[in-house]
Design a protein around this ligand. Structure first.
Ligand code: TYD
Ligand code: MG
Length: 454
């Protein structure tokens, strides 16, 4: 076949296409990200798919609307992140570090779906049938609806999907799939793009749900171009510390539901199990009588989650004090420390400060501000805060404590987990006046913190 060979340069980080090499990508302004790839134009490379009839536009009022049919995966945490279940004809990208549990989770999904009598096809380009079987043995029994295939060539994958006509397909992973007519290596920008386009087509044509697994680069984005994220319907990221057993599945894009929902799992001997009460889990192992430890309440999607903020403020041995944060925004903590210095007159210029969200989870919510401030003050003054207190509130530059969303949900969660005191913004008084059986302390600004009885 006369290949219309042409060399194109792609930006590895955003997928920007250029005919010549450039030092800096005009798209994402990253340096040295261009790679050369031989491509053939799609019109030459693709077998012409079934010719499409032209469709006339429909008046919006005549479009019939029904709730999409959702398939439950029987894993509540995953269903919630997906927005209530899997939608037929959708393409879902699952990203995450190697070894975090992507294959395990999807195998468990396949298992549950196959027991609902749905035909599932698991296509692996990474592991042999034996390896998958080995993992499957840890997870449990499977039935005959679950088919395995080890294949990386896209045309074979397509043929198999069309022939077997499954309801759900898992591609593990997109970086191993390759199209013969493209000469660049599997995992390169054009291969990944081509493969995703094929799966998108298959999902829509056949009305099947396809999961694709994507590896993550050091920077934490799915390897390959950003366009990958634009092409799929849903993007889920699996995060968490490989050394800890819990994992967080986060929705970052969802065409069928809200984003920012999280699912919490624990990796165990027999695969991933759901953590139904993450607050309890996040707070387990907490030392009750330590200075610098404060419990806060963060909202992830629609669900409140109690977390422990730990601060350590100690004498600095160097001219420039060290500031470090784990699990929360570094600049935010610096800003809050500046507010405390100015408004409370705490001179922390000679002190190093470390702030950590216990449990390895990452949160970036302004509602944590008050808790972070309390933890810093507590550690600085070496005074312990009542372990039964929860702090909720955003702190502004003038030291004012501002309202946060869903305050009632947060206070109720604290109450449910047996906390006695909630420190909340004064402006939220009206929303909370009906809550009983928990002491609520209202603050207007950070200056009032020192007079609190905690
Ligand atoms: P895996 O799903 O292979 O990760 P990924 O596909 O994201 O690379 O997960 C591998 C890790 O999970 C590995 O370190 C072993 C561990 N694991 C368990 O602890 N229990 C289990 O039942 C399974 C299947 C895996
Ligand atoms: Mg894997």
């Amino acid at each position: 076949m006369a290949k219309g060979k042409q060399t194109v340069f792609f930006c590895n980080s955003c997928g920007y296409e250029s005919t010549k090499w450039m030092g800096q990508c005009p798209g994402c302004k990253e340096w040295n990200t261009f790679v050369e790839e031989k491509v053939i134009s799609t019109s030459q490379g693709k077998k012409s798919s079934a010719s499409k009839d032209t469709v006339a536009p429909t008046p919006i009022n005549e479009v019939s609307f029904e709730e999409e049919d959702r398939i439950t995966t029987n894993i509540n945490e995953l269903d919630r992140v997906l927005g209530g279940g899997l939608v037929a004809g959708s393409l879902t990208l699952v990203g995450g570090d190697p070894g975090i549990g992507k294959s395990t989770l999807l195998l468990q999904v396949c298992k549950n779906l196959s027991f609902q009598g749905r035909k599932v096809l698991y296509i692996s380009g990474e592991e042999s049938l034996k390896q998958i079987k080995l993992r499957a043995l840890r997870i449990g029994d499977f039935n005959e609806n679950m088919l395995l295939l080890c294949e990386t060539l896209l045309s074979n994958v397509e043929e198999n999907i069309r022939k077997n006509n499954p309801e759900v397909v898992v591609i593990d992973s997109i970086q191993t799939m390759y199209e013969e007519s493209i000469s660049s290596a599997p995992g390169s920008v054009s291969q990944v793009r081509e493969a995703t386009a094929l799966f998108l087509r298959l999902a829509k044509d056949m009305n099947i749900s396809i999961f694709i697994v994507g590896h993550v680069t050091k920077e934490g984005t799915v390897a390959g171009p950003r366009v990958l994220e634009h092409m799929v319907d849903t993007v889920l990221y699996f995060e968490g510390d490989r050394h800890l057993s819990y994992r967080v599945l986060r929705g970052v894009k969802n065409r069928f539901g809200s984003t920012n929902e999280i699912g919490v799992f624990r990796m165990e001997e027999a695969g991933l199990t759901e953590v139904l009460n993450p607050s309890e889990y996040m707070l387990s192992g907490r030392v009750q009588d330590a200075a610098g430890s404060v419990v806060v309440c963060s909202i992830e999607g629609t669900r409140p989650m109690l977390l422990e903020i730990q601060a350590l403020v100690c004498q600095s041995n160097f001219g420039i004090p060290r500031r470090q944060t784990i699990g929360t925004d570094f600049n935010r903590v610096n800003l809050l420390m500046a507010v405390l210095e100015k408004r409370l007159g705490l001179s922390m210029g000679n002190f190093d400060a470390y702030v950590n969200v216990a449990g390895g989870i990452k949160v970036n919510e302004p509602a944590l501000d008050l808790g972070i401030c309390l933890a810093i003050i507590s550690s600085f003054k070496n005074r312990q805060i009542n372990p039964k207190a929860v702090a909720i509130g955003e702190v502004g530059l003038s030291g004012e404590v501002r309202a946060v969303s869903m305050i009632e949900t947060r206070v109720i969660e604290a109450k449910k987990l047996g906390f006695d005191i909630c420190i909340v913004p004064k402006v939220c008084f009206n929303e909370l006046k009906n809550i009983k059986d928990i002491k609520i302390l209202y603050v207007n600004n950070v200056q009032e913190i020192s007079s609190l009885d905690i």
